[in-house]
Design a protein around this ligand. Sequence first.
Ligand code: LLP
Length: 443
Amino acid sequence: PESAARTASGALAIGGIPAPALHAAYGTPLYVVDEDEVRGRAARIRDAFAAAFAPLGVATHVYYAGKAFLSIEVAHWMREAGLNLDVCSGGELAVAEEAGFDPRRLGFHGNNKSLAEIDHAVGLGVGAIVLDSVVEIDRVAQAATRHGRVQKVRLRLNSGVHASTHEYLATAREDQKFGIPLSEAADAVALIRAHESLEFLGLHSHIGSQIFESAGFAEAIRRLLALHAELLAGGEVPELNLGGGFGIAYTSADEVTPIERIAADFAVAVESGCAHHGIPVPAIAIEPGRIIVGPAGVTLYEVGTIKDVRVDESATRRYVSVDGGMSDNLRTALYRADYTARVANRVSDADAALVRVAGKHCESGDIVVRDDYLPGDVRPGDLLAVAATGAYCWSLASNYNYLGRPAVVAVRDGKSRVLIRRENTHDLLRRDSGYSSGADQVE
Ligand code: LLP
């Protein structure tokens, strides 16, 4: 986080609170979220897009992609920053409801929404359901008819744009499950328009995640606007939703384009596309997740075992094992993501040594930081801080090996509070029908 700074004694402080104090109060592993930074990043992307599109005379709507990290408080922060909220499951929708989020400001995604999820979302009055397939058109239309509502919908397209990112993070290549191909879109929109219980808001495209360059976005905008223009012959198309995917820096090797620059590039692409087709500029929606919460989060771990492992005749590798791992940060194992680690409880004059930070799981792929330099005297009991873990870490967390998921703590102005508490042994066992202390009654 931007607020990370060393105290006089050399400890790393986040939001004004030294890491050892956080460790003492909450234990480790611990997700620490800088509240002001999350709020600030939400406001910044909101303002960047508003400013870039103001000259075109259109509104911009920012939907925070809750999949990156969602809690009831975070939903409040987003509402207070004037953002909408994008959810992609009944569970995420439940968080939004519990936060009292205005349903009209919710977007609902998913390539395989259940009938129950659709029914619930329609009944609640969710502002926009993003249709991901032709079969969903009928499903949503029927739910809307049942509830006596007109449901606003978007249509998610697979634009075929190849964004340069990890294969698992790219979502608009031809061979993947999301959206419908451009070639089938006009027929799908005609189907939507044929339903009185549906109102067509516009097209949607999300080309992938952790993207640094505007070129892929610009190409998607070009392709979508061509279709958007064609659809205007059959009725109104008030909006265009361009998804999320804005990259953040995980290590110093990542060069991030300022969001103001990206917003300006979006505006240029939209303006020139609309001019080319001679059509009015639609309102623009985006769905950023990672860029809002990612850099604002850090994970604290305690160092346990350290081993120097001989990897061949000439080389050894130092494994520094911490008290969490792939259960709290799956990204290293799943995407070969890079992170940085810093000793958080002290500074050291010792020469730096290349290490691998591993977790405590029974799996050799259980790596938190593949390669980074730590002081040569790093020792058991030291605290490590791994930066940029605010997005897709808690939300991808698991109970592998029966580890409880860590707490999430918000820090601000030298104060901390729990957003989500740590899971304890009781949490881990209560769903087991054999649990002697009283299993939950099965519903
Ligand atoms: N909109 C849609 C339709 C999405 O599928 C996603 C992310 C977003 C918005 C937000 O994308 P963002 O701005 O956060 O990049 N678990 C992976 C990332 C998966 C992204 C899934 N969809 C990771 O840890 O990198």
